[in-house]
Design a protein around this ligand. Structure first.
Ligand code: SF4
Length: 185
């Protein structure tokens, strides 16, 4: 019998390739918890894209609330940090911590995240948080780097095939502002 894995899902496009890989070895359930996504309409858009995909793939996915106040409290003092900096580490921590809580409540054997498939994120920051939480919760974490072997490129192609739309910034208001500044330069 396959072990039960809870996969933290950041968005639809990043999920397909990761899910395909993990389903070979685990019984995978998704968990969408991303209060970092702002504004709320963007959060809703990404949540619905995941829901569409889940239906097409007969994939069970649970959805966490948009706890924006908690997110802003978690990254307080780090607002001016650049993307890939210290704010991101705290953002990963909050999202993965909630995933571990859900995993404990629902008796999952192991936790993983789609986050490392993005070339814009530092894999070591994600895995460092996941492994620290694994020690705290006594639940295993899979310290993967899904962007390896063209993972991101494959994910993009799969998303196009499935008609799942990509977003053009990471998620928080600060990453959106950074993106707009880059475009203006
Ligand atoms: S840039 Fe992305 S990972 Fe970093 S804090 Fe913002 S939403 Fe989180």
């Amino acid at each position: 019998m396959k072990r039960k894995l809870l996969l933290h899902v950041c968005c639809g496009p990043c999920s397909l390739h990761v899910l395909e890989k993990l389903r070979a070895d685990f019984e995978v359930c998704g968990f969408f918890y991303n209060p970092n996504i702002q504004p709320f309409r963007e959060f809703e858009f990404r949540r619905q894209e995941v829901a569409k995909l889940a239906e097409k793939l007969s994939w069970p996915v649970a959805y966490g609330a948009h706890e924006m106040k908690e997110w802003f409290a978690a990254v307080r003092g780090m607002e001016r940090e650049p993307e890939r900096g210290r704010r991101c580490r705290l953002c990963f921590r909050l999202r993965l911590e909630k995933t571990f809580l859900y995993a404990r409540e629902h008796s999952f054997d192991i936790v993983a995240s789609t986050l490392s498939i993005s070339p814009y994120k530092v894999t070591a920051q994600i895995n460092e948080q996941g492994l620290a939480l694994a020690r705290e919760f006594g639940i295993e974490f899979l310290p993967e780097n899904f962007k390896k072997h063209d993972g991101f490129l494959i994910a993009r192609r799969q998303a196009e095939r499935f008609g799942v739309k990509h977003q053009d910034y990471c998620g928080c208001v600060f990453s959106k502002a950074e993106k707009l500044l880059r475009l203006r330069k």
